[in-house]
Write a protein that binds this ligand. Structure first.
Ligand code: FEC
Length: 310
């Protein structure tokens, strides 16, 4: 049977403190940050010890997907990592597969929900690079926030964390904010609301009053970004006087990187402390074998679709 390439795609992180500037420049599509912007980002990485742990965590996720695919179809898949903003880039992964003679490619993004601006960009870059390097075919897995294994994992994480929190704790499901401009006609907000509702149901959070939605990590640009921001929601929650704690479930993220380790564990916790609310944060999925297995199942199904395609 013909080998199928799999490009597992992740955001990428600077490998060392010296790499923060080129990384930030890449995120800004080639425009270098101002000295103030760079210093602010360096300060956030410094708070985590210089770099985030995302690189090792992404590697562990890729290894778990490789193992799950080997179990399901030994020798069939050639898996490689391709990142949005750090080496190896999505384009490098496409080239690696082309050099290995693999022309059918499945793209899997390590982000559960689809937005044209985030997952769509990974998939577009991959399809273009595969065309350039081998002229082969690409099929993208655009979303997996409906995977029962992920919904169950996240519901279990919510239940486990709630057991350590005061009785009157509100659960806030968060994801990365995006500019309003790119959300026109985009499914991202509705997918996030849908998975939050389903996780809440599986976790047994009875009423809307027990949970809500918020956005995080919006960019500091003049254009409007989708809100309400999680920091604002925490302050408002305290102002109601009806809550003793807040538990943040960062459902849009799959690992403990800067946006979780800094924006939630340091920044949001400080705001909660300041307004007298207990703060908790659910664990992220990382390389959980059941969830990585579910992703492998999606890859196998996508490869079958490639096979039957003309
Ligand atoms: O731990 C790490 O080193 C990497 C953390 C990291 C992840 C991540 C995920 C997402 N982002 C998304 C959207 C945007 C948009 C902009 C933007 C900017 C940054 C900056 C840093 C950064 N992001 Fe990120 N993001 C991570 C890190 N992100 C650093 C630049 C400085 C700052 O604003 O903090 C604005 C620029 C642009 O227009 O592109 C928009 C989305 C995700 C979740 C999906 C995914 O993981 O791909 C959406 C992890």
């Amino acid at each position: 049977m013909k080998e199928v390439g799999v490009v597992v795609m992740a955001y990428g992180t600077p490998a060392s403190p010296e790499d923060v500037e080129p990384y930030y420049t890449h995120i800004r599509r080639g425009r270098p940050p101002s000295p103030e912007q760079l210093a602010d980002l360096q300060r956030r990485y410094d708070a985590l010890g210089g770099t985030s742990s995302m690189a090792e965590r992404t590697t562990a996720q890729v290894e778990a997907i490789v193992a799950a695919l080997e179990e399901r179809a030994p020798g069939r898949f050639v898996v490689t990592l391709g990142q949005k903003h750090a080496d190896p880039f999505v384009e490098d992964a496409a080239e690696t597969l082309a050099v290995a003679g693999v022309t059918d490619v499945v793209g899997l993004v390590l982000a559960p929900h689809y937005s044209g601006f985030s997952v769509g960009e990974y998939q577009r870059r991959l399809a273009e690079a595969v065309t350039t390097h081998s002229g082969g075919r690409t099929v993208g897995i655009d979303r997996w926030s409906d995977a029962p294994a992920w919904l169950d994992f996240t519901a279990g994480a919510v239940r486990g964390a709630l057991a350590e929190m005061p009785a009157k704790t509100k659960v806030l499901f968060t994801a990365h904010s995006l500019p309003e401009r790119v959300l026109v006609g985009d499914p991202y907000p509705a997918e996030l609301a849908g998975s939050a509702r389903e996780i809440a149901r599986r976790a047994g959070l009875a009423t809307w009053a027990g949970w809500g939605l918020a956005w995080q990590s919006a960019g500091a640009t003049p254009e409007p970004w989708r809100g309400p921001d999680v920091l604002e929601v925490i302050r408002d929650l305290a102002a109601t006087g009806r809550s003793e704690g807040v538990l943040v479930c960062a459902q849009g993220f799959v690992t403990d990187h800067l946006e979780v380790g800094y924006d939630l564990d340091i920044e949001a916790r400080a705001v909660a402390d300041g307004v007298g609310l207990a703060f908790g944060r659910t664990r992220t999925v990382d390389a959980d074998p059941a969830v990585m297995g579910a992703l492998a199942d999606r890859v196998v199904a996508a490869a079958e679709a490639l096979e039957v395609a003309p």
